[in-house]
Design a binder for this molecule. Structure first.
Ligand code: NAD
Ligand code: 6OD
Length: 491
């Protein structure tokens, strides 16, 4: 069986590792030190078409004809094989992203496997909706709903949680009987390619899982968006990219599921368990160097504990350790690229112009000669900005938050909701009815109370406003990745 060559990441089409028809490649860069770690085959519209044709063939062939039990058993073995090859997935993910091993070990790779296990189980055990209907002759009718796959699904992914977010889409899509053409982010092509090896090893038929590398506009991303034989697109990324994909996908009215940007609030009440709220907010602000769409960039603290909270969060930020991502003592990695660092540093500068007090950070750390070409940045805390400031309204996607005091539940909710985004919120309080009241009134898809990013994969996940379209997770994923057909039988 052909394997990937070290330092070169090919496309994976119809069960084969292959180069782009044009032979074009681009570089995969390690953000820790700026070194090129691999060349990557760059797909164009012809390569995407090749992948779509393979996916169509599998859809109407080996995969489409397989029973749901066998299909789900195979997908469960994908989960097992990811766990058996855990260290390879871990090393590939860390090389691409520079994220600390502790986070990658506990979040990215196990979730990559869990996505397959959980959606295989869910779809294997899915009941069918049915109704007995009265008729005039008294004999009645039986209605029941059948599920069929949507077709070939385009999966367009970001770079922040590459394996986790890609498999979060691929696993339910395949469990529901679809076939997929995946475009990983150009920044993080490795684990999606490695998954191609796993698919072959466990016997997933050729064409079921295809990977095309490349960029967005005038590249593989756009080719997926415009391809007439792709029936649905599931996309995670920036809201602006979502708008572009939505326009392109209109041509053949593709089904769309979008997980987009966020500017998430964390709300800390004076009655909260103070230490838990500080630790939890440090995690929700600085985890993955602030590059999780669920991160808190706006922190609202009830006035009696405001000063104490700012000092405590400052201590947490200043205790984060830069360094070799494979060292378990490292707790903050670099940003994904120097280009992204320019964007985040632009906001660090803008915050000063907008009148922020910089409590900590605000620049580039000295991480030593070895990492001088990496994309390192200081975790940063601001206070003193008006709620109308751009730094409060726009998604930054870095290790940064602004802390604002509030005086009442109503004021906290009003400030939290005054945003074009609505992905999630974190609320820290010991007051039961207050927690439920906020849960009802916050405008967001997910509300965490006294925790953050605690995931049960059966629950609905997605955002309101600019943060997304639709929900994935549990039955919501099944509803997106399958078509329901009602059969009405007169008895
Ligand atoms: P991005 O939108 O720049 O890129 C995401 C993917 O879209 C990449 O694969 C890219 O190549 C592709 N793409 C870009 N332009 C395209 C186009 N015109 N047509 C088709 N494809 C195109 O996002 P990113 O920088 O990779 O990720 C960071 C963003 O993702 C942040 O805004 C973050 O909030 C968001 N995000 C959201 C969630 C969520 O669940 N809501 C999760 C993770 C990340
Ligand atoms: O946990 C998930 O399923 C999920 N979609 C997380 C998204 C994180 C965004 O960066």
């Amino acid at each position: 069986m052909p394997q990937m060559q070290p330092n070169h990441l090919p496309l994976f089409i119809n069960g084969q590792f292959t180069n782009a028809a044009t032979g074009k490649t681009f570089h995969d860069i390690n953000p820790v030190d700026g070194r090129v770690i691999a060349t990557v085959a760059e797909a164009d519209a012809d390569d995407v078409d090749h992948a779509v044709q393979a996916a169509k063939q599998a859809l109407h062939g080996a995969w489409g004809n397989m029973g749901v039990g066998e299909r789900c058993d195979l997908l469960a073995t994908v989960a097992d094989r990811i766990m058996e090859r855990f260290d390879e997935f871990l090393a590939a993910e860390i090389r691409d992203t520079g994220k600390p091993v502790g986070w990658a070990c506990n979040v990215d790779i196990p979730r990559g496997a869990a996505n397959f296990r959980i959606f295989a189980n869910l779809v294997r055990n899915l009941p069918t909706e049915s109704f007995q209907t009265d008729t005039d002759d008294g004999r009645g009718a039986l209605n029941y709903a059948l599920r069929s796959p949507v077709g070939v699904v385009g999966v367009i992914c970001p770079w922040n949680l590459p394996l986790l977010l890609m498999t979060w889409k691929v696993a339910p899509a395949l469990a529901c009987g679809n076939t997929v053409v995946v475009k990983p982010s150009e920044e993080t092509p490795a684990t999606a390619t490695l998954l191609g090896e796993v698919m072959n090893e466990v016997g997933i038929p050729p064409g079921v899982y295809n990977v095309v590398h490349g960029f967005g506009p005038a590249s593989a991303g756009e080719a997926i968006t415009l391809h007439p034989d792709i029936s649905a697109i599931t996309f995670t990324g920036e809201s602006r990219t979502g708008q572009t994909i939505m326009r392109g996908a209109a041509s053949n009215v593709k089904h769309l599921s979008f997980e987009l940007g966020g500017k998430n609030p964390a709300i800390i009440f004076a009655d909260a368990d103070f230490d838990a709220a500080v630790k939890g907010t440090a995690r929700s602000t600085f985890a993955n160097c602030g590059q999780v769409c669920l991160c808190s960039e706006r922190v609202y603290v009830e006035r009696p504990i405001y000063e104490r909270f700012v000092e405590a969060l400052q201590r947490e930020a200043e205790s984060l350790q830069y360094g070799d991502p494979m060292n378990p003592a490292t707790t903050i990695g670099p940003l994904i690229s120097k280009e992204h660092r320019e964007k985040v540093l632009g906001y660090y500068q803008l915050a000063r112009q907008e009148g922020a007090t910089v409590i900590t950070g605000g620049g580039v750390p000295d991480v030593g000669q070895q990492y001088a070409d990496g994309a390192w940045i200081q975790p940063t805390i601001w206070t003193g900005l008006p709620e109308s400031a751009r730094c409060i309204r726009e998604e930054i996607f870095g290790p940064v938050c602004h802390i604002q005091p509030f005086d009442s539940d109503e004021e906290a909710v009003a400030m939290a909701n005054d945003s074009p985004y609505g992905l999630c919120a974190a609320v820290w309080t010991q007051h039961l009815t207050r927690a439920h009241w906020l849960g009802r009134h916050l405008e967001a898809g997910m509300i965490w109370v006294n925790t953050w990013f605690l995931r049960d994969l059966r629950t609905p996940f997605g955002g309101v406003k600019l943060s997304g379209v639709g929900r994935e997770g549990g039955i919501h994923s099944v509803n997106f990745y399958s078509e329901l057909k009602n059969v009405c039988v007169k008895l």
